[in-house]
Design a binder for this molecule. Structure first.
Ligand SMILES: *Cc1c(COP(=O)(O)O)cnc(C)c1O
Length: 372
């Protein structure tokens, strides 16, 4: 079966892991600090604004805490968001308000967001579909006019940019995931950006029991290093040196990953453009850089489900992302009207795209699609 996504790990990561084993310090340590510094530089920021955590979903939950969102507040999110977005908003007692998306880009727009703003709206939790930027200038202007926080779920957008700025660093908070299905993988893990360095430090405490003091070794000057205080009742949501070892090597490989993914994307564009029943992903404005995380095609007039089954029978695994919140009974918004999201959900399919696809895999996928 050809996978839809797949990590690329090799000797470089293994040898870095050996160093971690030999160091006897597999937990959170200096190597993680180094990874945070290098990742921060990668997104054009610094460790004053960047920290890591064990998964991006922790970042979503943390956003509710950091911006003091609670019962009585409303948070707007796109109908086609990652499941953890709904969990984070509803868990803190706030009201989740769904907005529609553009049926072609699958992203919320300033217009669909504006329609659902009320005096109780406190934040917009934006998922950039497949790591491709929403129209941030318009959305940031709207947020400013209504005094709303903007939280960017840029989970798969590890190399994405909007007008030269890394996705995830445009709003008040942003996050990227390093889970096993993403591009830069550390097993599990994530990075968080916070515009306000004070909030970054507050988040750092939230991710470690609300404690001021981190460990005996970091606190060697203290007389009684076992004493501590807590500032809040926080989680324990951290990465470790094992993940950092993988992340540091993966960071070096990102340009190569991007080159390869861009090649697959371009090849699909060229080879599939003459199929009249298939609509290819919309061309990007020149100020948007993607990470090529999804290659989403649409079938306006043919049976998308039959297409997916046909590919699967031919050993090509595909999927559709993201199942709309307004069809999830547990999210209690079944009455929301989102025609754009409905169209996308019923006609879109994500084709395999990752850096390990071989030339013959890509040729086989194209040939099989033409047979349908
Ligand atoms: C993967 C993903 C997440 C969650 O990341 P985890 O690190 O697995 O918690 C959130 N949002 C989007 C859009 C994702 O693709």
């Amino acid at each position: 079966m050809i996978n839809i996504m797949q990590p690329s790990l090799g000797e470089e990561e293994l040898s870095r892991l050996r160093e971690v084993f030999a160091s006897n310090w597999i937990g959170k340590g200096m190597l993680l600090t180094k990874f945070e510094e290098e990742f921060a530089a990668h997104v054009g920021s610094t460790r004053e604004h960047i920290l890591t955590t064990n998964c991006c979903t922790e970042g979503l939950f943390a956003s509710m805490y950091l911006f003091d969102i609670k019962q009585g507040d409303e948070v707007i999110c796109g109908d086609l968001s990652f499941v953890g977005v709904g969990n984070a908003i509803l868990n803190c007692g706030a009201k989740m308000v769904i907005c529609d998306v553009d049926p072609r880009t699958l992203n919320p727009t300033a217009e669909t967001i504006e329609r659902v703003i009320t005096p109780r709206t406190k934040a917009i939790l934006l998922s950039h579909y497949g790591g491709i930027a929403c129209e941030m200038d318009e959305i940031m202007a709207l947020a400013k006019a209504h005094n709303l926080y903007v939280i960017e779920d840029a989970a798969p957008g590890v190399c994405s940019k909007y007008k030269g700025k890394a996705l995830g660093t445009i709003g008040d908070m942003g996050m990227w995931s390093f889970d096993a299905m993403k591009i830069l993988v550390t097993g599990d893990g994530a990075a968080i950006y916070l515009k306000d360095p004070m909030l970054r430090n507050k988040c750092d405490k939230w991710f470690y029991f609300g404690m001021n003091v981190k460990s005996g070794s970091e606190n060697s000057v203290a007389q009684k290093w076992w004493e501590f205080d807590v500032e809040c009742y926080g989680h324990r949501a951290i990465m470790n040196n094992i993940g950092a070892a993988l992340g540091l090597e993966q960071l070096k490989k990102l340009p190569m990953f991007m080159e390869r993914r861009a090649y697959v994307h371009e090849t699909y564009n060229q080879e599939l453009k003459n199929i009249d029943w298939l609509v290819l992903p919309p061309a990007l404005p020149d100020y948007v850089e993607t990470s090529y995380y999804f290659y989403h095609v649409q079938l306006p007039d043919r049976d998308r489900d039959a297409f997916a089954r046909f590919l699967r029978e031919n050993n090509i695994y595909t999927t559709y992302r993201y199942f709309p919140f307004h069809r999830v009974p547990g999210f209690h918004c079944l009455e929301a009207e989102c025609p754009g999201a409905d169209y996308a959900t019923d006609h879109t399919l994500c084709l395999p795209i990752h850096q390990s696809l071989s030339e013959s895999d890509v040729a086989y996928i194209i040939e099989t699609i033409k047979k349908f």
